[in-house]
Design a binder for this molecule. Structure first.
Ligand code: NDP
Length: 461
């Protein structure tokens, strides 16, 4: 029907909505037309909240679900800048301040051509729950731009970041909103952004941005945290089965920040990581990846993963194909959203995969998650498994606030404790909800209760 909102209808494998949440979801779809990713994220969470809604009907009376689905504030702005040839370019910037009940809005900035209102809202919504799971004082938000840093000179990236911050600085601060990096925004971009923030505000407010360089307020382990945390979460999940990563084959999609450090920690925990990928294809290295070589190619040279196979006898690069066709016991999707679909899930089930843990944000489609559940594959959702990054950002904020800096060992020790706590609260909540080992239900309900209780205490805000 022309003009009708594009409704993300539940797929046959989506969990059934609690009858009292159906109209909530319909309102989200009507109010946010054509925002497929956002609908999918909301549908995914609402489909699991039945147990807590039954137990605590006061949440419905206070319209907490409706309030949690509506961002507190959404900012969309023009980002004009000049390229190296002197031509003016125009991009669009976003910051969605989704929920601040537990602390300042917190979440990354993504620079990628696919960034849209829907993507930022989906990421911001997920971030609210993820941050709640850490147990730290963090609200949830997300931002970014459709700017593509690929192929841009350093000077172009700097000018873009300066223009982006010229608007963003009005909305952020250590007690209001604390952005960080995400895909396309690493230490270099955070440096340009912080430089412009400091210049405009005339304040050295380290706690306004996280992901900073180690010599100017950054935290040890931040770079490694999301990937390491994902591997630790996988280890904890296997421990509940009396098992571990040790001696198991592992594949990790992507070869960016999250993937590289998931590979490194999975190897340190005794796994053999036999494949990783980038947007052009995947590498298969049956002897186990040389993670230092992956770092050299992707972090230092910023080159294509294809180069790996030319340096490493026994390894092959398969262009244009998905890593999930490689048989593995453990799969860690760490590249991007929607990268593991129903066909991929079937291949993993057929090849005997026992565990899938999400390092990226929502890399598995809802269909794939349903199939994995039905196929008896243990599944760790992103909002729990990749929370190590934001948790370490909170540790960076703590160090900034106390003008202190901790060692790598101490910070990693804190990260491990946080990942174990997240795992424990998801696992215990899954039991309380009557589905022990269903980490999706466990994570969503545990996180929802934390946010809902804080909102209840603060009245109608
Ligand atoms: P990066 O930009 O560093 O890396 C992304 C990687 O994924 C690149 O290697 C890219 O390849 C690859 N890639 C992109 N699309 C595909 C695809 N379709 N198939 C296979 N590989 C692909 O991002 P991050 O590692 O920082 O982030 C990855 C994911 O993790 C994102 O979803 C992000 O939101 C999430 N995340 C990141 C956190 C962090 O701390 N960095 C924290 C929490 C979540 P190429 O090099 O060819 O572009």
């Amino acid at each position: 029907m022309p003009g009708a909102p594009q409704t993300e209808r539940p797929t046959s494998r989506s969990r059934k909505l609690h009858p009292r949440l159906e109209s909530v979801f319909d309102t989200v779809v009507t109010r946010n037309p054509a925002e497929r990713e956002f609908h999918e994220a909301v549908r995914g969470v609402l489909g699991t909240l039945g147990p807590v809604i039954e137990r605590q009907p006061e949440y419905l009376e206070a319209k907490l679900v409706e309030r949690i689905c509506e961002p507190e504030r959404q900012i969309i702005f023009r980002v004009p800048w000049t390229d190296d040839r002197g031509s003016v370019q125009v991009n669009r910037g976003y910051r969605v301040e989704f929920n601040g009940a537990l602390g300042p809005f917190k979440g990354g900035l993504r620079f990628h051509p696919s960034v849209s209102s829907s993507i930022v809202k989906f990421l911001g919504f997920e971030q609210v729950f993820k941050n709640a799971l850490t147990g730290l004082p963090l609200g949830g938000g997300k931002g970014g731009s459709d700017f593509d840093p690929k192929g841009r000179s350093e000077a172009e990236v700097m000018r873009f970041c300066q223009s982006f911050m010229s608007e963003l600085h009005r909305h952020i601060g250590e007690y209001t909103d604390v952005p960080a990096g995400d895909a396309g925004v690493g230490e270099r971009e955070i440096g340009f952004l912080f430089g412009q923030y400091r210049r405009i505000t005339n304040r050295y407010e380290s706690g306004t941005l996280t992901g900073k360089g180690l010599t100017w307020g950054g935290a040890q382990v931040r770079k490694e945290a999301t990937g390491y945390g994902c591997a630790y979460f996988a280890e904890e999940m296997l421990r509940t089965q009396g098992s571990s990563l040790s001696g198991r084959t592992v594949t990790v999609s992507g070869s960016g920040n999250v993937a590289i450090y998931a590979i490194e920690k999975a190897q340190q925990l005794g796994g053999t990581v036999i494949g990783c990928s980038d947007s052009k294809g995947y590498v298969h290295d049956p002897a186990g990846l040389d993670v230092e070589l992956v770092k050299q190619i992707k972090e230092v040279e910023r080159g294509p993963l294809e180069d790996y196979a030319t340096h490493r006898p026994g390894a092959s690069f398969v262009p244009g194909a998905r890593l999930w066709e490689v048989a593995t016991e453990v799969a860690l999707p760490c590249a991007t959203q929607g990268e593991l679909d129903a066909d991929d899930a079937r291949k993993l089930i057929e090849s005997g995969t026992v565990l899938v843990v999400e390092g990226a944000n929502m890399p598995c489609t809802p269909e794939a998650v349903g199939l994995l559940r039905e196929g008896g594959v243990l599944f760790g959702p992103a909002k729990a498994a990749n929370a190590g990054g934001v948790a370490t950002s909170a540790l960076e904020m703590q160090q900034n606030a106390s003008r202190d800096s901790w060692t790598f060992e101490y910070t990693e020790h804190r990260l491990v404790e946080i990942m174990r706590d997240i795992h424990r609260s998801c696992y215990e909540m899954s039991g309380e909800c009557g589905v022990p080992g269903d980490y999706v239900v466990g994570a969503n309900n545990a996180a929802f209760v934390r946010v809902a209780e804080a909102m209840l205490a603060m009245g109608v805000t």
